[in-house]
Design a protein around this ligand. Sequence first.
Ligand code: ADP
Length: 559
Amino acid sequence: MCGYSKAIKLCLLEYLMLVFMHTLYAFISNVNTGMFVLAFSSIILAVTVFFAMIVKNEKVVIALITVSSIMATTIIGYKLDTLALAIVIFVVMSTTTALLVKTSYVVYVSIATTLALIAYAIFAPEAILKGISSLLLYALYIVAYIIFEINLFVIIYYVRRYMHDIEIKTAEAESAKESKDIFLANMSHDVRTPMNAICGMAELTLREKDLPKEARENIESISNSGKVLISIVNDILDYTKLENGNVEIIPVVYSMRNLVKGIEEMVPIRMDDKRLTLETHIQEDLPDVYIGDEVRLRQILFNLLSNAIKYTENGFVTLDISGISDGGFVDFTITVTDNGIGIKKEDIPKIFNSFQHVDSHRNRETSGTGLGLCIVKKLLDLMGGSISVESTYGVGSKFTVKISQKISEETAEKTESDDEAKNEPKVNAPEGRVLVVDDNKVNLKVAQGLLKTFNLTVDIASSGHEGLEILKERKDYDIIFIDHMMPELDGIDTLKLIRADESEYMKRVPIIALTANVGTGVREMFISSGFNDYVPKPIDMKWLNGILRKYLPEDKIKM
Ligand code: ADP
């Protein structure tokens, strides 16, 4: 209970200051009196703090502090005649606390009582100067303290209300953010699950050798549209995460040349029927290995190149990387140039805004959410970089990214994305056997179909329980693929039960999560839950190939 501890702390603090001021004053006027006041107030303070710690009832504690502070200050005040001091303490403390709590009522009470005391001091200046112990003065002194204590209560009341409001607002904000995150995760999952079926089935059908030409073209369209839809979902997810401040820059050691090679291998898919050439150039004398967020840098460059290709019908698209080394860093200038449709002068300031798909009558044919450049800009802001554009309508565009990356002494680690980007030969494993656990029948069929193209023997289970039953019978699977979200026993629970088994096989068999939940931190989440790796849905054949190459026993992969 935040309000409780704050109120008590404030109360004790005021009390402590009160005693401290009195003690100081007592020492200044007389050492013996000072010793008495110090000893007396320390005992009362110790007793009060002790009770405040053991009694967990706020009202009792505040009453206790109040009574003991009145008692202490009254006895000490009587002995010292400290009306002047009382006024000083009162003014300083009530005003500061009133300002701290920022409530007009408390400020009003403080000012009113302070004025009353000052007025009294003006009418009886000798009391301030000499400290006379007349009965009247002593009575006023007590009144001042009572007002002080009332003031204290009012302050505590407002502090508590203030804290309570903050608690409620924080809880509301957190639950709104949480529900947004949950919504996003569900949305991504719910869209990806059927998309996995659509893209997977299309992929499987395209593998049929004697498919009529027209049917092949139709299915290719389904597959391409599926990929576009997934990239739109990814953009929306990324954009919302960036808006919520949920994107973290994760630096790794990477090779710039490998990164560019990976992008070169990824973009031709988008160049389809266009008469386009893609040229890339990296300044030769630059170091190759850096520390930075490789995944995000790839996303930025891929986005810019995809746009260049999207908005250019024929001609060229170039990616040029140059830089200047500067004390362990390279200040990169990366340009993506095309001779495509260009951007109107008046549209240039708009293109980095969200949901801006400018020049729409001309771009009607091209798909896009208008989020790509906005995401690029936000990512560069996070990475301390910048982006600018020069464009002539009808002639072409040039996007320039400026970003600084730390030079690494190490050699680049082989990352998951390198695997993904590399065009590795397709795995052929006729002796390999895998198990797939998924509750969705269509997705089970897709996974089974796709895995069979690697010549593997594929067994299936439609629930975590069924998977566990199968594993009781046979322990010769080279890899187990488990869907993440399943009713009753989900992927993580199933994994835990497998790993909890006593046999050595169950403890070490590679288990890969199949998941429609993607995004930053997902890989870390699966690895920390005990999975060896994960495959996002819709299943990408290159990704799957990389996983099989990594986790199948070497002797089972035939050339
Ligand atoms: P979209 O999804 O519409 O491509 P972007 O944020 O990536 O969204 O781009 C915003 C707008 O900027 C696009 O709609 C397009 O009009 C313009 N644009 C971006 N890159 C280029 C380019 N290389 N050539 C011409 N226009 C471009």
